[in-house]
Design a protein around this ligand. Sequence first.
Ligand SMILES: *Cc1c(COP(=O)(O)O)cnc(C)c1O
Length: 379
Amino acid sequence: MTAIPFLDLKRQNHEIAPALEKATLRVVQSGRYLLGPETEAFEAEFARWVGTRYCVAVANGLEALMIALKALHIGPGDQVLVPTNTFVATWLAVSLVGAEVVGVEPDPHTLVVTADRLDASLTPRTTAVIPVHLYGRPCPMAEIMAWAKRRGIAVVEDAAQAHGARWGQQAAGSFGDAGCWSFYPSKNLGALGDAGAITTNDRAVWDLARRLRNYGSQQKYYHDVIGLNSRMSEMNAAILRVKLGHLEAWNQRRHTLVRRYVERLQHLPVILPPTDALEESAWHLFVIRTPRRGGLQAFLSDHGIETQIHYPVPPHRQRAYRPLFGPDRFPVANRLADEVLSLPLGPYLSLGEVDYVADALCRFFEEETREAHHGYSTV
Ligand SMILES: *Cc1c(COP(=O)(O)O)cnc(C)c1O
């Protein structure tokens, strides 16, 4: 029996069920299911929330990245700097627009890329970079933007895990030439199905992205560019509008839970996520690191605690990319893949549940120490 699921989406939707029902009924009765008033309203509301002039709603996070790259004219012949320790979608977007991935190892402490590391990986054909705000932790965007401007390199932020993250006073997703969002159900802001968006202050990017998501068309049956079908449904736009109103409170709740995790786990022999940016991170995931991951995950599972690994195989070791990169090419990403473990976290987890998880972790390491003292392990 699972006492504590990794993320309970049903619990989260239950509290706002009346508002969700009202929104969905409104869409059903409207007769408009694509590119209608809900999408337009969501785009305006989300742009305001992020602090950009424009937002283009699309079908998912992968296509948000692809469309943003295309809107910046990145394609065949271009190389794009991308972190080695990201979800594979960041890499796929680059490959799918015909450009080439150049892997950049993250800072081993914050797990995000820095301007220094990007600079060290720069190639003559580099025309863009995709900083990923991994686990909700914002990349150092002030220095990255200054570096990119100096070099004339386009910046596409992968903000798929960073709804609500800030660098200084500014929101993640509002720094780059484009910010790309996923509203996959488990993200901090999640739709009931797939959805995504691009935020930007650049009118040309906005204009081209709007056409690219809709068959390259502005006027029905007239096609200016080679586009995709990547529209957000009116149903999801309406649902996301409801949820956007709760996002700030949900993120505050994540902060409270993270503080408790840190308080309870800091004396254990595990690497905790750095808390220097506790308020700035969106805390999409709470990821600890230990070489004892296998044993720990099994122990927690035996105690009804569901954990996950983000991600067990880095992109360069996937079959899709193995022919292009040797398996030992990126040691930081390889090591992280062996050691990371994501603990349960979500706005509807209780402090008692965090304590239950923390107690189990303490017991695991107590038993380990005891066994080490006796020099044998009990079966
Ligand atoms: C979820 C995610 C994506 C892809 O989003 P989808 O909506 O699933 O296509 C891209 N990048 C990162 C870092 C993600 O976590």
